[in-house]
Design a protein around this ligand. Structure first.
Ligand SMILES: NC(=O)c1ccc[n+]([C@@H]2O[C@H](COP(=O)([O-])OP(=O)(O)OC[C@H]3O[C@@H](n4cnc5c(N)ncnc54)[C@H](O)[C@@H]3O)[C@@H](O)[C@H]2O)c1
Ligand SMILES: [Fe+2]
Length: 382
């Protein structure tokens, strides 16, 4: 089968990029914009960095902010109703993965109303029409949801998160401005940055990886190793580096998939509301160790990209150890915990079954099973 690459038709990168937004909206004939954001971003004035530009340009918009972290089916349904009520013709998503994913689901349902139950969008949904024209503006660095063809929604009733993969959801325009990320507190910068590293490493080692996505993923690993510690200290140059790094990781993994660090992270988000990046960071070194015999020489390149010196003189066992240790060190340096106190032995049957059913699991380089997944959960239990 041929390899396929889907990316945003247009993206803008760098400090001040949001100033492009009014012109982009006007050029596309947006007459009323549905702004998707979350309550904290409104409170902290992050959303207003963009809406004030719309005010100045006199472009009408309605703000929808009924979005929680690990967004729910209800958040999507309420958003669809709000979109219809205000008569919008376009979307600007301003936020982290939660706001952008909710915006994607709303945009897809508006143009494909037969999927308005939301659950039927799970997996690769056979939608016919492209979503509502969308500009995505990330405020974390991050999920890269602005450049991926995926979104993740939580089914509260069934206590599970489900991944939707649909090329009709990719935003027409992505605007990646590090100034939108400068208000992130240290813990959020660290965890969302480790999510990006998990995308890069799982995307580099996933079964469908190929030369072009390897190029994106290795560069993303290199940039994250160089800039995440400084971004946590809010150094502007490192914020800029992380804004780019997470996007470059998204250019890769969106096209080839991930692995079971993400499958497990989705279950921790659904069952315990664990922030996605924290869950990814906890699982990444554990899953790297589990997968190492199925990755050929790839961990040498991961170690090199992480900044480890002398990798060419190392044995296979040495460079594999070095890659995992470098990831653990970065995670510890930025303050990510290595245990999740909420995970209980009695939950493991459900958690492992859900992780096995997750859309990211088949991409893992090592084929797994429910019993082995349970062992991986035990490694983060206190
Ligand atoms: N679509 C994809 O390809 C993809 C990939 C990975 C993860 N995800 C999903 O994305 C979600 C996680 O997204 P996230 O990690 O970006 O976090 P998030 O969107 O859930 O936001 C977490 C919290 O951080 C706050 N926040 C965000 N930006 C901020 C800023 N600049 N300043 C201050 N506070 C800020 C938000 O208000 C929120 O309270 C999960 O549901 C995850 O499953 C999607
Ligand atoms: Fe992720």
């Amino acid at each position: 089968m041929a390899n396929r690459i889907i990316l945003n038709p247009v993206s803008f990168h760098g400090k001040g990029a949001i100033n492009e937004i009014p012109g982009l909206a006007k050029a596309r004939g947006f007459s009323h914009i549905f702004v998707c954001s979350d309550p904290d971003l409104i409170k902290f004035g992050v959303t207003a960095k963009v809406t004030s530009l719309l005010d100045e340009a006199k472009i009408p918009y309605t703000v929808y902010s009924g979005i929680k972290p690990n967004p729910t089916i209800e958040n999507v349904k309420d958003g669809v109703a709000a979109f219809r009520a205000c008569g919008a013709d376009s979307i600007i998503a301003i936020g982290g993965g939660s706001s952008m994913d909710t915006a994607k689901a709303i945009g897809v349902i508006i143009t494909n109303p037969e999927f308005e139950d939301v659950r039927s969008l799970e997996g690769v949904a056979p939608t016919k029409n492209h979503a509502v024209p969308t500009i995505a503006v990330p405020t974390t660095a991050g999920t890269a949801a602005e450049v991926t063809i995926n979104y993740v929604i939580t089914d509260v009733e069934k206590e599970r998160k489900f991944v939707c993969v649909d090329e009709h959801d990719i935003p027409e325009v992505a605007v990646i401005d590090p100034d939108m990320m400068s208000s992130m507190p240290k813990g959020l910068t660290a965890s969302t940055g480790m999510d990006a590293l998990t995308h890069a490493i799982e995307g580099y080692t996933t079964k469908a990886a190929w030369e072009m996505t390897d190029m994106f993923h290795l560069e993303a690993i290199r940039l994250i190793a160089k800039h995440l510690r400084g971004a946590v200290q809010n150094i502007p140059e490192d914020r800029e580096g992380m804004a780019l790094a997470q996007y470059v990781a998204g250019m890769g993994f969106s096209n080839v998939g991930l692995g079971i660090a993400h499958s497990i992270a989705h279950t921790l988000g659904a069952h315990y509301d664990t922030p996605h990046g924290v869950a990814c960071a906890m699982m990444l070194p554990i899953v790297m160790e589990y997968n190492e015999d199925y990755t050929g020489e790839k961990y040498r390149e991961i170690a090199r990209a992480m900044g480890v010196e002398g990798v060419d003189g190392m044995t296979q066992a040495e460079y594999r150890r070095a890659a995992v240790d470098a990831v653990k060190k970065l995670s510890a340096d930025v303050g990510i915990p290595s245990v999740n106190e909420k995970v209980r032995e009695e939950d493991l049957d459900q958690l492992a079954a859900d992780a096995y059913a997750d859309a990211c699991r088949p991409g893992n380089p090592r084929d797994t099973n429910v019993e082995e997944l349970k062992e991986l959960y035990r490694k983060i239990m206190k």
